[in-house]
Design a protein around this ligand. Structure first.
Ligand code: TXA
Ligand code: MG
Length: 324
């Protein structure tokens, strides 16, 4: 199959209506999309990504009003929806019968998101069905934030990549669930800061996902060896890790400060001006760059654990799991 990169909505719509896969831009990462209401279309997502079927998919819709067809929106979840949708924010809700159980991996809950990207919002508005879409990477690898990243993994496997430019947020959506109207559980930290959710929610906000390891995704985003580079990656005290590996060709992935232990050209600062949002935006692109630059080892520092720094730390720690 030939994979075309373009910015034609009509072409994307054609493929999706024929139950084929299309990679779509969002503000977080690129998604690998199919008609969420058609099982034959959705199956292809799992096959293209080599993703296990027990890992459910986010359903992307165009408006808050359209959510009620697919899920039950209670008052507190609706309040959060109005605060953060469209945006890098996903609500885990009780599903209706309209959503195939293949999409939710048999769960009675469905993850719903309204992406804030003009091209994809327009696409969702024009389509007569919602889009099931995981990140458009091969399962376990670093998520794609450009059409070229998608092409590297999906070339020859999908017919069309809708090119909407580089993703502006750069880390996946924050996944949230409201339980019994009195607690907000954050299942995956992401593009909306936990602090922002707490400011709106008016009830306790609990981080469920951050350090927990699981082999099955009872809580989202919890599979081991996610976001992993092929080159070994370690997170921690950079100076002492450098000292532990004296004969390795090391790249340092840092925030805004250079380390005197290593030449400057081996160090990659995600935001010299110290912006966590900019660092998040550049994280996956830089991880992919370092992965193909011939280093023996990537050493990342822990970022400030606030705002989007939480999502950065979460992705970095998951990327290192399999090398422990
Ligand atoms: O920003 C994003 O959320 C991107 C863009 C493309 O929208 N999507 C994304 O999808 O990151 P994915 O599949 O790579 O990660 C979604 C996570 C997975 O860990 C999955 O297990 C979880 O959400 N998830 C999806 N539906 C779920 C459900 N019904 N119940 C529990 N977890 C669910
Ligand atoms: Mg993913």
């Amino acid at each position: 199959m030939q994979t075309v990169i373009g910015n034609q909505l009509a072409t994307a719509i054609d493929h999706l209506q024929q139950q084929q896969l299309v990679a779509i831009p969002t503000e977080t990462v690129y998604g690998l999309a199919a008609n969420a209401l058609n099982e034959a279309a959705v199956i292809q997502i799992f096959e293209a990504k080599k993703r296990p079927r027990f890992n459910p998919l986010i359903v992307h819709v165009p408006t808050i009003q359209s959510i009620s067809t697919y899920a039950h929106l209670q008052p507190l979840a609706e309040k959060l929806a109005h605060a953060f949708m469209p945006g890098p924010f996903t609500l885990l809700l009780h599903k209706t019968n309209v959503v195939p159980s293949l999409v939710t991996a048999g769960s009675n809950k469905v993850a719903i998101r309204i992406p804030q990207h003009p091209l994809t919002l327009e696409l969702l508005q024009q389509l007569p069905f919602p889009l099931a879409a995981p990140s458009a990477n091969v399962f376990g690898y670093v998520s794609p934030t450009t059409a070229q990243h998608v092409y590297k993994g999906m070339q020859g496997i999908i017919p069309y990549i809708l090119d909407g430019g580089a993703c502006t947020v750069g880390v996946e959506s924050t996944i949230v669930e409201v339980t019994n109207e009195h607690t907000v559980i954050v299942h995956r930290v992401g593009g909306i800061a936990v602090e922002a959710i707490a400011a709106v929610a008016g009830v306790p906000v609990i981080l469920a996902s951050e350090q927990q390891e699981a082999t099955a995704p009872n809580t989202p985003g919890q599979l081991k060896s996610h976001y992993a580079t092929t080159t070994p990656l370690m997170v921690g005290n950079v100076a002492s890790l450098i000292a532990q590996y004296p004969n390795q060709n090391i790249a340092v992935l840092g925030f805004n400060t250079l380390y005197p232990q290593l030449p400057e050209q081996n160090q990659y600062l995600l935001s010299p001006e110290g912006s966590l949002n900019q660092a998040a935006q550049r994280l996956f692109d830089t991880m992919r760059l370092l992965d193909t630059a011939g280093y023996d080892l990537i050493i990342a520092e822990n970022f400030p654990n606030e705002g989007l720094g939480r999502a950065i730390n979460d992705r970095l720690h998951r990327a290192q799991v399999q090398y422990k």
